[in-house]
Design a protein around this ligand. Structure first.
Ligand SMILES: NC(=O)c1ccc[n+]([C@@H]2O[C@H](COP(=O)([O-])OP(=O)(O)OC[C@H]3O[C@@H](n4cnc5c(N)ncnc54)[C@H](OP(=O)(O)O)[C@@H]3O)[C@@H](O)[C@H]2O)c1
Length: 254
């Protein structure tokens, strides 16, 4: 069980090579308890060995690997069964995702579908399964990686943003549905984060590091918060953006 100072016995990272997912697992591991960490990642990812090494270095007592392809929906029940088979999962981090070329995505049907499936359908698929598995064990915390891109869907990234809006709403209400079962859900909404997902992109205002996301996510989860904007200014900014009329939004460059 995740205790009051953030120590867990078993952490599951879905998207086990995600820089943010790993930073959250590291943040939890740094709080002590030498947890077991299960990395659910594509078995052909070139980043698995480095991810496991990072967590061993942070104090994980054991690294387990589970083959996970977000787009292979039929395999998800077996993935979650495998993750929960040997011991309860205290914290599950839903961290996989793709950004892609947003101008290409809205004009390319196959790529838009793949983006929507990775960023919305797959988080729903694993969310349902995590919810049922944690409900059965009677405890658990889900940390779901959303984005400010989902709080106001904008012209500049609306394929990605609309999927994040959907998964954000799904996980917020999954938390409500599981409340009486002792399962908590925290939705994490950073703006731009310095990871490989954004490498080479122009840096947006209020960009943060993955360690900032990890600290905010773990603190919010421990406080039982339903959501957290990693940079505090993004909450008022998101509210203000809802009020800006479309003709004015059209003139803004983001
Ligand atoms: N970076 C940002 O600016 C930012 C901002 C807000 C929210 N977020 C969200 O935070 C989460 C983590 O992002 P990040 O910055 O840590 O990005 P990242 O380092 O690029 O990690 C994304 C991970 O998703 C995995 N993935 C992609 N498609 C997959 C699939 N079909 N099956 C299984 N795994 C798949 C990739 O695994 P492989 O190793 O196999 O490629 C990759 O390691 C994402 O949901 C992202 O949308 C990121």
């Amino acid at each position: 069980m995740l205790n009051a100072v953030g120590q867990a016995q078993h952490i599951l990272v879905l998207g086990g090579t995600s820089e943010i997912g790993l930073a959250i697992a590291q943040e939890l591991t740094s709080r002590g308890g030498n947890p077991v960490v299960t990395l659910a990642a594509r078995e052909n990812s070139p980043r698995i060995d480095a991810a496991a090494e990072t967590l061993r270095g942070a104090g994980a007592s054991q690294i387990r690997l589970v083959n996970f392809d977000a787009l292979d929906f039929d395999s998800h029940p077996a993935v979650i069964d495998a993750a929960f088979a040997e011991q309860d999962v205290d914290v599950a981090v839903v961290a996989f995702g793709t950004l892609g070329d947003q101008e290409e995505l809205w004009q390319n049907q196959a790529k838009a579908v793949a983006s929507a499936q990775t960023n919305y359908t797959a988080p729903v698929s694993v969310g349902v399964l995590l919810g049922q598995a944690m409900r059965k064990q009677g405890h658990g915390t889900i940390i779901a990686m959303s984005s400010v891109a989902g709080t106001k869907v904008r012209r500049s990234n609306f394929v990605y943003g609309s999927a994040k809006a959907g998964m954000d709403g799904f996980y917020l209400q999954l938390g409500e549905a599981l409340r009486k079962d002792g399962v908590k859900v925290t939705v994490v909404r950073p703006g731009q984060v310095r990871t490989k997902m954004t490498a080479g992109m122009k840096e947006a205002p209020l960009t943060v590091n993955k360690e900032d996301v990890a600290e905010a996510a773990v603190d919010a989860a421990l406080k039982g918060e339903r959501f957290v904007f990693v940079h505090k200014l993004f909450w008022p900014v998101s509210v203000a953006l809802q009020l800006i009329p479309a003709p004015i939004m059209r003139k803004l460059s983001f």
